[in-house]
Design a protein around this ligand. Sequence first.
Ligand SMILES: *Cc1c(COP(=O)(O)O)cnc(C)c1O
Length: 405
Amino acid sequence: MIEQAREFDAADPLRDYRSRFDLPEGVIYLDGNSLGALPKATRERIGHVVDSEWGRDLIRSWNPTEAGGDWIAMPQRIGAKIAPLIGAREHEVIACDSVSVNLAKLIGAALHMRPDRKVVLSEPGNFPTDLYMVQGSPAEQRLAGRDAILDALDEDVALLMLTHVHYKTGEMFDMAALTRAAQEVGALVLWDLSHSGGAVPVDLDGCGADFAVGCGYKYLNGGPGAPAYAYVAERHHDALVNPVSGWMGHAAPFEFSDEYRPAPGVTRLLAGTPPILSMAALESGVELVAEIGMERLVGKSRHMSEFFRAAMAEHCPDLACVSPQDPARRGSQLSFRHPEAYALCQALIARGIIGDFRAPDILRFGFAPAYVGFEDAAKAVLALAEILDSGEWDCEEFKRRAAVT
Ligand SMILES: *Cc1c(COP(=O)(O)O)cnc(C)c1O
């Protein structure tokens, strides 16, 4: 298996991109779906923004300067760079806030556009923050399992809100079909692309989607807590009401007027001042993903996850794969169920192989195709087989849970 992995690595068109990331020696990183790796260019970019733009040019950097600056335009500029990765046009995407906050804004906007409807429809087991944001809104939450979503769509539904690729299982919804079905009953659709953007093909405009949000710190490699992004289809730009009506979303923030007047387009989704250092890191991460291009990323992701799945079936048959068998129906990850998943994950980490655990019993491996190699994947499978065989996971040290699992 290792031999074959080496052959795949030698033929991998993305093999040179690994050196564009700062990955520690001896670590196999299969958790880029939780926190993307650090691009080397980001270290330099942050240094430049800190030293020249902030340190030297100070407040002048809000406008264009010789060093770069133009901080005020970053949300739109980064949004425009994310747009082609998710099948959107440049003016339909903006980088801002967290996924959670963008969900709250777009749920509010959707309710405003459907004043005679109250229901937000989603699925049980969706990412928690997505459901919590509905629960904290004036909407009425309705949950329906995957097979019951179509039946649950009726004329009370203001918004269908789903996560495109499920964070635990990696299962991917049919975006085009569900968008169409929701719109047939007059509902709007909001897609959470947190596990999709930079990992799987997404065509928001082609599917006629209404809204989307996505995460900056996973496959886009924007750094811990990176700003997220939000998409609004152009046809909704004029009607969009942002319930978090902050000054950065004002048509003329530096008029300092007492009356809120929304900016045109997606800019009105802004609320407060953008975190410039984080925005700079996000821009650097997005630029690298855009340079590689979605087609090559998706091609390698599918090849590698198939390789890993087959290797696991052969070497670790006790771990049941809960991700779809067809690589076109899942994200860039594979998840396995085992009652001791937490301890297995800790035992792997002790060997320098970082995957992650999702409660209560899922061991999850993400394949960020920009920097993970086939040999890494093969070594992870063999290490897991050894851990299962030796029982080395079965000790107190690996069962003790930290604050963040
Ligand atoms: C990672 C993730 C989030 C993260 O939300 P934040 O508010 O940025 O912390 C939200 N939704 C899904 C589906 C995710 O995978």
